[in-house]
Design a protein around this ligand. Structure first.
Ligand code: BG6
Length: 484
C-alpha cells in the first residue's frame, strides 16, 4: 500500500465536544451549550436529539446545572489539553484537527475586540502542537456559534452573520496563522439542512412565513459567501496557507437496480454534493437551482455574491465518512440510522451499536467519486466507530472491534491511493473519547484513549490507553504499512 511520504496521520476533535469550561475566561454561550442529553429519547433518533424550540433554549439558559449539558463539561480538555496532546504525540500524530470555539474569541459574536483570554488559550495550544511536531488543521466553525447570534438574528438566516464570521476568522488568521497553515471553513456545511440549530443557529420558531426549509437554503447561501470571503482573507493574510471545505460524505447506493431506486439515489447524492460543488466549482449547480425553484424557494443574493463565490474557491476537499446508506422508493423498506440520517438498510453490511452501517469499501468509493468529480487533494477528516467499551478489572480496555474498523477503512484508503486518488491525510474522529455530537452521550466512545466519565458527568476524567492506541501508533509508525 502506498501512503505518500508526509501523509498527515492523526485525529480530529471539536472544541464543543472536548473543552468543557463553558463559562470560563470570558467564554460566551454557544448553541451547543443549550442542547441537553435526553436519556429518555431513543439515541438513534437524531431528529429528537437535534430539535430545539425557543422555549427550550430559554429554559436551558436558566439552568446552570451540568448534569444533562454534557458539552458544557466536555472532557475538560480546556484544563487537560497538555496531557491530551502528549498522548497524541506518543501515538505519533502528524496532524490534529481541532476547532476554535467562536465564543471564546467573540462571546456574543458582535464585540469590537476579541477576548484576549480566549485568544491566548489557543495560541498556547497551537504553539505546543507545533513544538510536538503535530500540524494543526483548524476548523473555524464546528457546531459552536455564539448563541447570542442565534437569538438575535436567527443565526445564519441573517446576512449580518457574514461580517461577524469574517471578523472572527480574521482574528484567527492574524493570531494563529504563524502556527496553522491548513484551515476548514464550516464543518459539514451540508448538515445545515438536517440540524439547522447547531450548524447555523436557526430556530424554527423564528423562521416566520418563509418557513424552515427555505430559511436553511438562504443560510447556506450566506455561509457560501462567508466561506469565500474568509478564503480571500486567508490568501491575503497567510499566503502559504490553504483553505478546505468539509462535507458529510453520505454515500448512498440504490437498494435495488430498479431504475426508480437509482433515480432516487442520484437525487440524494446530488443534494449532498451540492454543498461541495459550490465551493469547488464556484457556482450553484443548475439542477439544484431548478429544484429549489420548483419547490418555490428563492434565495436572496446581493450584487457581488456570485463573484466572490466564483473567485475564492477552496484549495482542498475534506470530508467525514462513517457509513454508507441505501435508498429505495419502497415505503416499506427497512430503515436504519446513520450520521444524522435515516436511510434504508443494506443487507450486506453489519451495523454498529448505534445502528450505523459499517462499510469500508464505501470510503474507497467516496474517495474515488470525490477525486474524479473535483480533482482536488482530499483529506479524510473524520472516520471512526462509536461503540461501548468495557474497562477490565486491571484497567485495560480491549477494543478489537475498533481496531477492525480502522484496519479495514485505512486499507481501503490505501486502495484508493493505489487507484490514483490524491489523499493528503487521515484524521480519525475522536482519538480521545468525547461527547457525542448527536446524542450528547459519553458512552458512545470513539477514542484510542479512554476517558473516565459517564453520560451524567460522573468519573475521574482520567485518561487511559485502549488496545487500539497501540495499534494506531504502529500503523502511523509504519506509514500505514503495518495494519495487523
Ligand atoms: C460528525 C461531526 O458529523 O460526526 C462530529 O462532525 C460528530 O462532530 C461525528 O461527533 C460523530 O457523530 P456522533 O453523534 O456519533 O458524535
Amino acid at each position: 500500500m502506498s501512503f505518500p511520504e508526509g501523509f498527515l496521520w492523526g485525529g480530529a476533535v471539536a472544541a464543543n465536544q472536548v473543552e468543557g469550561a463553558w463559562d470560563v475566561d470570558g467564554k460566551g454561550m454557544s448553541v451547543e451549550d443549550v442542547v441537553a442529553f435526553k436519556p429518555k429519547v431513543d439515541v438513534k433518533d437524531y431528529k429528537a436529539n437535534a430539535s430545539v424550540t425557543l422555549a427550550g433554549i430559554r429554559e436551558a439558559m436558566a439552568d446552570t446545572d451540568l448534569t444533562y449539558y454534557a458539552k458544557r463539561r466536555g472532557i475538560d480538555a480546556y484544563h487537560r489539553w497538555r496531557e491530551d496532546l502528549a498522548l497524541f504525540a506518543e501515538m505519533g500524530f502528524k496532524c490534529l484537527r481541532l476547532s476554535i470555539a467562536w465564543t471564546r474569541i467573540f462571546p456574543t459574536g458582535e464585540e469590537e475586540e476579541p477576548n484576549e483570554a480566549g485568544v491566548a488559550f489557543y495560541e498556547e495550544v497551537l504553539a505546543e502542537m507545533v513544538r510536538l511536531g503535530i500540524q494543526p488543521l483548524v476548523t473555524l466553525s464546528h457546531y459552536e456559534m455564539p448563541l447570542a447570534l442565534a437569538l438575535k438574528y436567527n443565526g445564519w438566516a441573517d446576512r449580518r452573520l457574514i461580517d461577524c464570521f469574517e471578523r472572527f476568522a480574521r482574528v484567527c488568521f492574524e493570531r494563529f496563522g504563524a502556527y496553522a497553515k491548513l484551515w476548514l471553513n464550516f464543518n459539514e456545511i451540508d448538515s445545515l439542512i438536517r440540524h439547522p440549530f447547531t450548524t447555523a443557529g436557526i430556530i424554527e420558531d423564528l423562521c416566520g412565513e418563509r418557513g424552515l426549509r427555505a430559511t436553511c437554503y438562504q443560510a447556506a447561501h450566506h455561509q457560501f459567501v462567508a466561506g469565500a470571503r474568509v478564503t480571500k482573507a486567508l490568501r491575503e493574510m497567510i499566503p502559504d496557507a490553504k483553505m478546505g471545505l468539509m462535507l458529510t460524505k453520505l454515500t448512498t447506493y440504490p437498494r435495488t437496480c430498479a431504475p426508480a431506486d437509482v433515480v432516487a439515489t442520484q437525487q440524494k447524492n446530488l443534494e449532498n454534493l451540492f454543498y461541495a460543488d459550490v465551493q469547488v466549482f464556484g457556482e450553484y449547480p443548475a439542477m439544484i437551482l431548478r429544484r429549489l425553484e420548483t419547490e418555490g424557494i428563492s434565495i436572496d443574493m446581493e450584487p457581488g455574491d456570485l463573484e466572490v463565490i466564483r473567485e475564492n474557491t477552496v484549495d482542498f476537499v475534506s470530508f467525514s465518512y462513517y457509513m454508507s446508506m441505501t435508498e429505495s422508493v419502497d415505503p416499506n423498506a427497512e430503515r436504519t440510522p446513520g450520521n444524522t440520517v435515516l436511510g434504508v438498510k443494506n443487507p450486506y453490511l453489519p451495523t454498529s451499536d448505534w445502528g450505523w452501517q459499517v462499510d469500508p469499501v464505501g470510503l474507497r468509493v467516496s474517495l474515488i467519486e470525490l477525486y474524479d468529480r473535483y480533482r482536488k487533494p482530499l483529506i479524510v477528516v473524520e472516520n471512526g466507530l462509536g461503540a461501548h467499551d468495557t474497562v477490565e478489572e486491571d484497567g485495560s480496555i480491549h477494543d478489537p472491534y475498533r481496531i477492525d474498523y480502522f484496519r479495514a477503512h485505512i486499507a481501503d484508503i490505501g486502495k484508493a491511493i493505489d487507484a490514483g486518488v490524491e489523499v493528503m491525510g487521515y484524521t480519525s474522529w475522536g482519538p480521545i473519547d468525547l461527547v457525542s455530537a448527536n446524542t450528547n452521550q459519553m458512552s458512545k466512545r470513539y477514542g484510542f484513549i479512554y476517558v473516565d466519565e459517564d453520560d451524567l458527568g460522573n468519573g475521574t476524567l482520567e485518561r487511559s490507553r485502549k488496545d487500539s492506541f497501540h495499534w494506531y501508533q504502529k500503523c502511523i509508525k509504519s506509514n500505514g504499512e503495518d495494519l495487523d
